[in-house]
Ligand binder design. Structure first.
Ligand code: RNT
Ligand code: ZN
Length: 418
């Protein structure tokens, strides 16, 4: 029997097994096909970008490791992203940062950036079946300091307000070009290393900056605002905390970005979904894997990611939640890192879609709590892997571990020569 026949056979058995617990596998697969991840462009080059390829990453974030072969320019970055994409089933989006503009070898300061600097990205995205998302970039710049949009120095604050406004214009153009809203994330690093005695003041300034930035309404882009617990060198105070952005988002109808590395390590991000859905329009995710801190390890299929996916599916909110990835591991093959994290996230959503939710909810409604827990446990070993393999085969991407040799080949032929 050929490998393909085995995949089909295992799938057919899985369909039967799932039917026994009331799950329609084909419906789950149809829903799965519609899920797009927003791939973060910055995994390919350790958040370097093209504004200043020799510059230092600042803003309290860090890509650790020095695995050889990182993308050194736009051409390499695009090639690597396409390579990664070829191992990820389905249609996806690409999430760009402002510092990845096509600046044509010239220095374009952040308060001067224009849609034309992203024209080649828009054309490339169209050609390669990507929709674009976008991010303003407050870090890795001489004016970054420890405060940007919340800086009491008017000239610095105005500089960053101008930057962020321009990024929204760029996002609007991207949205128009792709006939689908571009989601623009706003994350700033603003904070302080030590005890801060005027916490309210910087938050007032940030609120005012956001009000100015968002005053212009657009139809082809959507804003999201990302909080954080702390950054390296800014451990005592983060201006844009979760409470801050949750309040701002609820009051102003803005999406809140939940980065899974930006909370206390024992806090459940999954449990935030159902609350946010009631008070904010949509949700943006930055799926990551914090190890002891916001370390941005490669996402894996762990309980945290599974719980998150399940909560979204249980809330029937796949159309209101945008799934971005956000990690940067410089210690392993970077294309491999993309693929592992993307496929892991997809595996979590597939399992969520295959949950025998109707029976589980029936048990819960009847107060049959032993039964609920028993089925939750048994569901863990239902043959979702056979469905995943089938999904990969159907989407013409390598099944199972087969992508490892493909990435080794690309490393041998391409990235190791850089
Ligand atoms: C930083 C935030 C932010 C960045 C990217 C590069 O802690 O998670 O989303 O990772 O903007
Ligand atoms: Zn993030």
């Amino acid at each position: 029997m050929s490998k393909d026949q085995n995949i089909q056979k295992a799938f057919d058995l899985a369909v039967e097994r799932y039917a026994a617990v009331g799950v329609d596998v084909n419906k789950a697969l149809a829903d799965m096909q519609k899920i797009s991840l927003s791939l973060h462009c910055w995994q390919a080059d350790d958040v370097t970008g093209f504004e200043n390829p020799d510059g230092q990453l600042s803003g309290g974030i860090q890509a650790t490791g020095n695995y050889p072969g990182k993308a050194r320019n736009m051409e390499e970055l695009r090639a690597d992203i396409l390579k990664a994409k070829s191992f990820i089933p389905g249609d996806h989006r690409l999430n760009l940062h402002e510092i990845y503009g096509d600046f044509g070898g010239k220095f374009v300061d952040r308060d001067k950036v224009e849609p034309k600097h992203f024209a080649s990205w828009m054309a490339w995205a169209k050609e390669n079946n990507f929709k674009l998302d976008f991010n303003s970039t407050s870090f890795s710049h001489p004016k970054s300091g420890s405060l940007s949009l919340s800086n009491p120095d008017k000239s610095i604050r105005d500089f960053w307000i101008e930057h962020t406004k321009r990024c929204r214009t760029i996002s609007e153009e991207m949205g128009k070009a792709q006939n689908d809203p571009c989601i623009m994330n706003l994350w700033i690093h603003d904070g302080s290393k030590d005890i801060t005695v005027n916490r309210l003041k910087y938050r007032e300034l940030l609120k005012d900056s956001l009000d100015q930035i968002f005053a212009q309404k657009y139809d082809n882009m959507k804003d999201c605002i990302e909080s954080k617990l702390f950054g390296i060198g800014a451990e005592s105070y983060t201006v844009g905390s979760h409470d801050f952005y949750l309040g701002y988002g609820a009051q102003n109808g803005k999406m809140v970005t939940l980065d899974t590395g930006h909370f206390h390590l024992t806090e459940s991000i999954a449990d935030k979904i159902s609350s946010l859905l009631l008070f904010t329009p949509e949700i943006m995710l930055h799926v990551s894997r914090p190890i002891r801190w916001d370390s941005d390890h490669v996402t894996i299929m762990n309980d945290d990611t599974l719980d998150l996916a399940k909560e979204i599916v249980r809330s029937n909110a796949l159309d209101r939640v945008h799934i971005g990835l956000d990690y940067f591991d410089a210690s392993i093959n970077r294309i491999g890192a993309y693929v592992i994290g993307s496929r892991a996230t997809q595996k979590c959503f597939l399992q969520a879609l295959l949950e025998p939710i109707a029976t589980l909810r029936q048990y819960e409604a009847n107060d049959q709590l032993f039964e609920r827990l028993a089925l939750l446990e048994e569901a863990k070993s239902l043959p979702w892997g056979a469905v995943w393999d089938y999904f990969c085969a159907k989407n013409n991407v390598p099944v199972g571990e087969n992508y490892i040799t493909e990435i080794q080949k690309y490393e041998k032929e391409v990235t190791s020569k850089r």
